[in-house]
Design a protein. Structure first.
Length: 230
């Protein structure tokens, strides 16, 4: 029964900056490389905005330009998103500590260990372990797959035309390198050779789980043509 003059309102959980950007990009049906071509902002910076890895971004003046261009491309309100960016940066800088200490209780009561107490304790431990195991399985299914790129390293400079891309992810995921499907071994390892163009090459590696969760990595490699010595 609701008292007169009162109404119930559903409170929506607010999304973070990165979640809003990523959701808008997926709704638009584009990846980071497509966004880079349209916005002229490097894919690695767009990815950092989505991951809220603000330490990886350049000066705030550039970030505001990047964010404005990205928001306009995704059809988001750039002013609101800039305000959200400043709020999250402020929270990160302040590093608000919400921890509190509980009062200590001194007890001098002695505890007698009996067979019944041992059985109860063992049962409780077993139940806790079972709950933790189930929770870990559910989390593993619902969370985005891991993606580790071992080769090449970021901002690598090479002279070779072809390089090997190696890494590790979860077995059973759909892996793509620059939109090309790559086979993942039973242990989650993958390897593929790609051809580099002269100059800057942006390599996009994506891993998509069966629950449609995606993890992506951007690796930038520069190929310099070796000039003949005179």
């Amino acid at each position: 029964m609701v008292a007169a003059g009162f109404t119930f309102r559903k409170i929506r959980s607010s999304q973070t900056l990165g979640e809003k950007l990523r959701r808008a990009r997926k709704k638009k049906g584009v990846d980071l490389l497509d966004a880079e071509l349209e916005t002229k902002v490097r894919a690695k910076y767009l990815e950092s905005l989505e991951l809220e890895d603000f330490d990886f971004l350049p000066n705030d003046i550039y970030v505001k330009g990047f964010l404005t261009a990205y928001c306009e491309y995704l059809g988001l309100d750039s002013e609101k998103m800039l305000k959200l960016y400043r709020q999250q940066q402020l929270m990160k800088k302040n590093n608000i500590d919400d921890s509190f200490s509980l009062p200590k209780v001194n007890s001098e009561r002695s505890i007698t260990i009996t067979p019944k107490l041992v059985v109860l304790f063992s049962t409780a431990v077993f139940c806790i372990l079972a709950i933790v195991y189930i929770a870990m399985q559910v989390f593993s299914f619902a969370s985005a797959p891991k993606l580790l790129v071992t080769d090449p390293t970021h901002d690598l400079v090479v002279e070779e035309e072809n390089i090997q891309v190696r890494g590790e992810t979860n077995p059973g995921v759909t892996l793509k390198i620059n939109k090309e499907p790559i086979v993942v071994n039973a242990d989650g390892r993958f390897e593929s050779e790609i051809t580099l163009q002269k100059g800057i090459n942006t390599i996009l590696i994506t891993a998509l789980s069966k629950s449609n969760k995606e993890t992506s990595k951007i690796v930038v490699v520069e190929r310099k043509i070796k000039t003949a010595e005179k």
